[in-house]
Design a protein around this ligand. Structure first.
Ligand code: 5AD
Ligand code: SF4
Length: 483
């Protein structure tokens, strides 16, 4: 039976390997490359790798880092789960994300029987849960490598450990205060990129597992972030998305504290960067300074994602959100007053323990008042280990589903009405992809809405002016006009 090696207990794999990063990982990449080359020769074809991503923007960015490492090692990156190396970058924010991964592993078992040389690896938030690791050790013995959210950069070292031992390699850290950001990255787009500005979360909303699996809040220094943004601009990136679980508390714990608004001012000064986005803002920390910087900025996009979670002050208190309905509404109103062309989007949970019909009505009331241009709506999912999981009065599924349906209908109705407001206008659009329809391309407005219009593939990455001819609820059909 395959052996299990818990990495932290294993001695040095290559005697004399440097301890400093990134030098250490660069050495492991070289070593893996030699081994993969040999295998490719034996197979008479290049070996392939796929990183299957679940979850949020932070995971999407991690997936780019993982693909960058695998490419450097000599794998050809593909999307199919029949690849020679399949890595699932998991999410655990709601239980259905976990179930999807177990479902995929079920399939992998069959693929692996057909191709025993295949390597299956798991990483991401779900792996930070000890019960998950136990379950995989017991019921999914064919998995080869497991690691968590804190050591994504160690993929080459872990792969080398597996290739040279054939054991199941497990390396999950509880927390970290360091990160390695200078390894190769395989970006999905040539013109836009995510940039991590902070990791982890300190908020402990009572339903949320993120602080447990992503650890405490750690901000990168502004120097590091700005140098990454400058490098991206030199490589042709025109749009950056600054990423953090709660960007509004960025910089507070740095040796030389700096606010998120100040960081934005600095990013704005970088010539090649034309658009700046960020995710996610916690309403409790959104400062007047940030509103001012957004208002004055020529580059910060006219979009703010402001998670509401619930419109009931009573529920918000139990959720530990540290704002109430009135405070949220006042904030949304202030933002709209100061930046009239802004689009607000949100996250909402229905069926939190103890939510009554009256509480739910309060949520609908906020949706009616704020008029979001789109919203992610979720049914509350019980996450073991969070305070809410132990609360009495969990809401029956039928009740949550019925509320979810009503909420979704309202959100869609309002989003469609908001969408109509811009019809006829000419807006600047960053072309992102070819559309599913022949001869059409798709791009985004500053406010994050999508528009499809006749165009060609060579326009991808360019800014063009587009007249928004027709509103389709949550996107537009348009025509390019001369600048
Ligand atoms: N159940 C349902 N939705 C959740 N979210 C976070 N935790 C849970 C949970 N236990 C939602 C929140 C958050 C988004 C990323 O996921 O709305 O903003
Ligand atoms: Fe979860 Fe709340 Fe942190 Fe967002 S702010 S990641 S919802 S604990």
């Amino acid at each position: 039976m395959k052996k299990i090696r818990e990495m932290q207990a294993v001695g040095d794999l290559i005697p004399g390997a440097p301890f400093e990063e990134p030098e250490r990982q660069l050495l492991f990449m070289d070593k893996c490359r030699e081994l993969i080359e040999e295998k490719a020769k034996a197979a008479g074809r290049p070996l392939t790798a796929a990183v299957i991503n679940f979850g949020c923007q932070m995971n999407a960015r991690d997936a780019e880092k993982l693909r960058g490492i695998l490419k450097q090692i000599g794998y050809e990156i593909i999307e199919e789960e029949t690849a020679d190396f399949v890595l699932y970058n998991t999410c655990t924010v709601r239980d259905n994300a976990n179930q999807k991964v177990y479902g995929r592993l079920g399939y992998q078992k069959t693929f692996k029987k057909q191709n025993p040389e295949m390597i299956v690896a798991l990483c991401g938030c779900m792996m930070q849960e000890p019960e998950v690791i136990e379950k995989i050790k017991k019921s999914y013995r064919f998995v080869d490598i497991i690691f968590g959210t804190h050591n994504v950069y160690r993929l080459a070292e872990l792969l080398y450990a597996h290739l040279t031992s054939k054991s199941m390699i497990i390396d999950v850290w509880k927390d970290t205060d360091s990160s390695v950001e200078t390894l190769p990255v395989d970006r999905k787009y040539t013109f836009k990129s995510g940039v991590n500005i902070m990791y982890g979360c300190n908020n402990f909303c009572s339903y949320c597992i993120v602080p447990y699996v992503r650890g405490r809040e750690r901000s990168r220094t502004p120097e590091e972030i700005l140098s990454e943004c400058r490098k991206l601009a030199d490589e042709g990136i025109v749009e950056v998305m600054l990423l953090g679980q709660n960007v509004n508390s960025y910089g507070k714990n740095l040796e030389n504290p700096i606010s998120f608004a100040q960081l934005l001012r600095e990013v704005e000064k970088i010539d090649g960067i034309k658009r700046i986005r960020f995710m996610t803002s916690h309403p409790k920390d959104l400062s007047d300074e940030l509103i001012q910087v957004m208002k004055e900025s020529k580059k910060i996009c006219r979009h703010l994602h402001l998670p509401l979670q619930s419109g009931s002050s009573r529920i918000l208190k139990i959720m530990n959100r540290r704002y109430d309905k009135e405070k949220y509404l006042a904030l949304a109103e202030k933002i709209k007053r100061e930046i009239p062309d802004i689009a607000l989007t949100t996250d909402i949970i229905v069926g939190f323990p103890g939510e009554t019909e009256e509480d739910f009505e309060e949520t609908l009331d906020v949706v009616r008042k704020v008029r979001y241009s789109s919203a992610f709506t979720f049914i509350y999912s019980k996450r073991t280990g969070t305070p809410a999981a132990a609360m009495e009065d969990q809401i029956p599924e039928e009740v949550s589903k019925e509320r979810f349906g009503r909420l979704l209908a309202l959100v869609q109705e309002i989003a469609a009405e908001e969408c109509v407001h811009l019809t006829g206008q000419v807006q600047q659009v960053l072309v992102e992809t070819t559309s599913n329809h022949e001869g059409m391309v798709s791009g985004r407005l500053s406010n994050n809405m999508v528009v499809h219009f006749p165009g060609a593939e060579d326009q991808i990455g360019n800014f063009v002016n587009v007249r928004l001819d027709e509103a389709k609820g949550f996107y537009y059909i348009g025509t390019q006009v001369e600048s």
